[in-house]
Design a protein around this ligand. Sequence first.
Ligand code: FES
Length: 121
Amino acid sequence: MRAIRVMCSGRVDPQFVLKALKEGADGVLIAGCHPGECHYVEGNIKALRRFILLKRMLAQLGVEEERVQLVWASASEGKILAEAVDKMTEQVRALGPLRWQETVLSGNGQWVEATPVLEEV
Ligand code: FES
């Protein structure tokens, strides 16, 4: 596990999660303060909205839902965070490596994009 500290869960851009997965992480756990307890008022609500959208997108790409999780654990709740990390580690270990290159990318490190259909004029 590699911990990356940000000032608020609302600072976690979905692109950070995608980059981590692309660069070899088998899963990403986002942790934030409980709803109503964010120092920045509603950063965790923003994180929750982004998390829901990110999960939908990853499902479309064939990434198992256990690979990206969100947990509410305040700074004084280390035990809750540790339990979430242990649980997620077991789940991801059971899934095996993500193999982003084969599952999500075209094989050359580029995003798979729809090929535009061009008509000759
Ligand atoms: S300070 Fe915003 S989620 Fe903790």
